[in-house]
Design a protein around this ligand. Structure first.
Ligand SMILES: [Zn+2]
Length: 321
């Protein structure tokens, strides 16, 4: 995975595109809204609004095993209390299973996926001594010509073509990843039957006609996999802008516990101010205690995504959010 500042990525941000702008915010209901997801909400919302585009809200609950009961409603209520206005009905991935399975059938008919019986332990054993990158263990392709243990519950893996996947991120410039070498054939349907996140996101973005994805840099290394799936399914590739990751004052990634601190919508103006400050918009101090509508009005008039160009990290507010 490599990202480098590149001149090829500049000049596109403030340009009015001919096609209508369609953005989205897609939180996972694994807990209440926290500062990291608020950043993605504010960034994607303002970018959509200043382009006179639409902004959809999608609840990414394809992984029902990680969904926390009530979390989706908490997130939706917090967004409403903070003054966000989404277009169209809220989309729940849990309602989209039929579309996901249709796409899986298409991939299977094209010979682009295969069944895999490998357990995590078996993959680890085969990779012994081979360094793994990030959270995802590279899959060595064991079952490419047929599952080793067809009697087991089988996962479905996407047959990754060799070579680097490149795209130009609107903030980070040219990004490239050799998915075959770094990740290997990745899971599109899990052994427990759930469709994998990567496939769901790609199909949802296409179904909503999303033209621009603005989201946190923690998802940057997912993008090349998603682009491979878009290509395989003949879907348009949206533009991507990955916002800086929230870190603490010492520069360390926020701990799981700090990441999961819910934002307090009762201090809406201060929260929105903190998000705008994190996003390098330099909001004037008085706005932190101004009426919420005034903060939004200022944000609509001053939002400039390009202030974040080349930034992969930003310091989260130390106090309660
Ligand atoms: Zn396998």
């Amino acid at each position: 995975m490599s990202a480098a500042k590149s001149s090829t990525g500049t000049g596109t941000i403030a340009t009015a595109d001919a096609e209508p702008y369609r953005g989205r915010f897609a939180p996972s209901p694994t807990g209440p809204l926290h500062f990291g997801s608020l950043i993605a909400a504010v960034g994607s919302y303002l970018e959509a609004r200043v382009h006179r585009g639409t902004w959809s809200l999608r609840i990414e609950n394809v992984d029902r095993t990680r969904e926390v009961p009530g979390a989706a409603d908490l997130i939706i209520r917090a967004l409403a209390a903070l003054g966000f206005e989404w277009d169209g009905p809220i989309v729940y991935q849990s309602d989209r299973t039929a579309a996901y399975l249709t796409a899986l059938d298409r991939l299977a008919s094209a010979g682009l996926v295969y069944a895999c019986s490998c357990s995590r332990t078996e993959i680890e054993a085969r990779l012994q001594g081979v360094p793994s990158t990030g959270d995802d263990m590279r899959y060595p392709g064991t079952c490419r010509s047929g599952p080793r243990h067809p009697e087991r519950a089988l996962a479905t893996r996407f047959r990754v073509p060799p070579g680097s996947v490149r795209f130009v991120d609107d903030l980070l410039g040219e990004v490239s990843q050799d998915v075959a070498a770094e990740v290997g054939d990745f899971v599109v349907r899990r052994r427990d039957g759930y469709v994998a996140y990567q496939l769901a996101v790609v199909l949802d973005d296409a179904a909503l006609g999303i033209t621009h994805v603005v989201r946190g840099a923690d998802l940057l290394d997912n993008t090349p996999r998603q682009i491979l799936l878009q290509r395989a399914l003949g879907l348009p590739v949206p533009r991507y802008a990955h916002l800086p990751l929230a870190v603490d004052a010492a520069g360390a990634k926020l701990s799981k516990s700090a990441q999961s601190v819910p934002v307090d919508p009762s201090r809406a103006s201060a929260l929105l101010w903190e998000a705008l400050d994190f996003l390098k918009q330099s909001p004037p101090d008085f706005l932190a205690t101004a009426p919420l509508a005034d903060v939004w009005t200022w944000a609509f008039g001053h939002w400039d995504l390009s202030r974040l160009r080349g930034q992969t990290r930003g310091v989260a507010p130390a106090g309660p959010t």
